[in-house]
Design a protein around this ligand. Sequence first.
Ligand SMILES: [Zn+2]
Length: 384
Amino acid sequence: MSDLLIFLAIFLSLTVGWLIGRYQGIFQVRHHSDSNLPSKYFKGLNYLINEQPDQAIHHFITLLEDDSESVELQLVLAKLFRKQGELDRAITVHQRLLARPDLSEEMRQKVHVELAQDYYSGGLHDRAEQLLLEANQHESGEAVQALLFTIWEEQKEWLQIIEMAKRFKSLPSSLAIRVVGACCEMSEAKPSESYSYLNLAEKYHAESVMLHFSFAQTHLREGHPRKALKRLKRLIMLDQSMTPVALPLLKRCFQEKGLWLTSYKEVLEDWYQVNPSISVVAELVSLIQKQDGKDAALIFLTEYLKIRPSIPGLVQLVDLHLKSEQEHDQATIKMFRNLCSQIIEERSKFQCQKCGYQSSRLYWQCPNCRKWESIRPVFGLEAE
Ligand SMILES: [Zn+2]
């Protein structure tokens, strides 16, 4: 017998007991209510005493159905059932609520979403989608759209999300970021229509890091490195922790512009000021080496490592030294270097800020908690 069932049965018995007390108060004034209620209540208690929580819950819920003010309470109960995987119970409570003629429109909408959530949790995605689309025709609430988006994201139906968004001039931020996600996915899937998707996304959420990244990618693909550079600078202004992610695109901007060394170094130095991540430092070190020689690069890197020690930084330091060491010393140094590289290879480079999910590559939508733009580079000894 599950502890939850016993807990729920006791909780319900207390609630129904309280309702009866309230009714009897009203009864004295209005001559209202079902005078059989106390005896029905005792029947439920009897189930509980006889260790039959299933029957007790069923019985108490039936009693609650007669009470017009218990709708919220039934919704909470059904949610508890769903969380415990008791989907049939949750669905029954919701269907019975929908059958009530006295249910307000606002509450009906709420129950629809909850019932759709039951179907969704049970893997009946089509049924959930159908129900939500019907509910959405009458009144489009945020909860309805949020669950529809979840279903479409799972099925990678990005166009459905975009079409729904087009019906609104603006969306709450929790939905807007998901529209941006859908647009970026479409931009990648259909490069010839990238700009139209990205421009649309910008109307809903212009501050999205993912959007600026996609714009930069598209500009580079279309041969506009200057525009790409603008987007990358904006991206770093919005989120300094993204320098390691933006760096490969930044490099391409300058390679394709032909302004290789000087301007590139300026931007790198700016990024170094806002976030001295090891990826940026590594790029700076190799530029310093090209411009001012190995000794200048060594001094720069050594000073950096004193302040921010990291294994990737150490590997670079070893690499610089390797170039000048005598051959007989190199074997030991190489072994040390390879060991460090192995540590770096095996680490997680990215982590979700919402659920802690770790990965070696960047996902704009967390594969674990499905949040958009929640994954960021990891900083620390073994990482950036
Ligand atoms: Zn996550």
